[in-house]
Design a binder for this molecule. Structure first.
Ligand SMILES: [Fe+2]
Ligand SMILES: [Fe+2]
Length: 211
């Protein structure tokens, strides 16, 4: 018998180790807020896909001497732009107007901890990338049981690709470092968990506990 995505519980879709990599799960209050604000969720989701492509593109410009990073980031940027197109199309079909909204505190709250000297800078950017991808993956999986069939199917596909992006970022971070990165991962994962667990005034895809 073939097992299809529909037979899997959402956590089965997550890459091994992802839930241990993140220091906390998404609070239930965020899930409730997301279900109460489906339009805002999709608009910010579109923003996140676009930003993910742009982050990968900026690495392509800065680290031209690293072939593995170039091929992974080029592929990732293309996939994120495809996700962006898919979200925008879904919004159009649902009559949701795309408008400018402010970014959440999340990405900036992580990037402020990135070291300024190389190779620490690159290692930290890649770990932050892994955290953002892992959190997106975890949130998609948590949302799936509550969504309509079309959105649930779309998010199942995203869990797989964002899960792969998390693994690629982590692999690249290990590759870029001269030694073990465990301490850095622990430090940044703890900051990430704070941003997710602390009260947040603006609801967004990566926001904290709704204040
Ligand atoms: Fe994506
Ligand atoms: Fe991604």
């Amino acid at each position: 018998m073939t097992v299809t995505a529909a037979d899997c519980t959402p956590n089965d879709l997550l890459p091994a180790g992802l839930l241990e990599f993140l220091y906390c799960v998404t609070p239930d209050a965020w899930i409730d807020e997301a279900l109460a604000n489906p339009e805002l969720l999709l608009i910010d989701h579109a923003q996140c896909e676009k930003k993910a492509a742009s982050t990968a593109m900026s690495l392509l410009y800065r680290y031209v001497d690293q072939p593995l990073l170039l091929s992974k980031m080029s592929q990732l940027a293309r996939e994120e732009l495809l996700h962006f197109e898919q979200v925008v199309k879904l919004m159009e079909a649902r009559g949701i107007a795309y408008r400018h909204i402010s970014a959440s505190r999340y990405a900036e709250g992580l990037r402020r901890h990135v070291r300024t000297e190389e190779p620490g800078r690159l290692v930290d950017i890649l770990i932050v990338g892994a955290l953002i991808e892992a959190r997106s993956c975890e949130r998609f999986a948590r949302l799936i049981p509550h969504l309509d069939d079309e959105l649930a199917k779309f998010y199942r596909g995203l869990v797989k690709s964002e899960g792969r992006h998390y693994e690629d970022y982590l692999m690249l971070a290990r590759d870029a470092a001269s030694g073990a990165i465990d301490d850095r991962v622990a430090f940044l994962a703890a900051r990430e968990a704070e941003l997710i667990s602390m009260p947040d005034t603006a609801f967004r895809f990566h926001s904290g506990v709704p204040a």
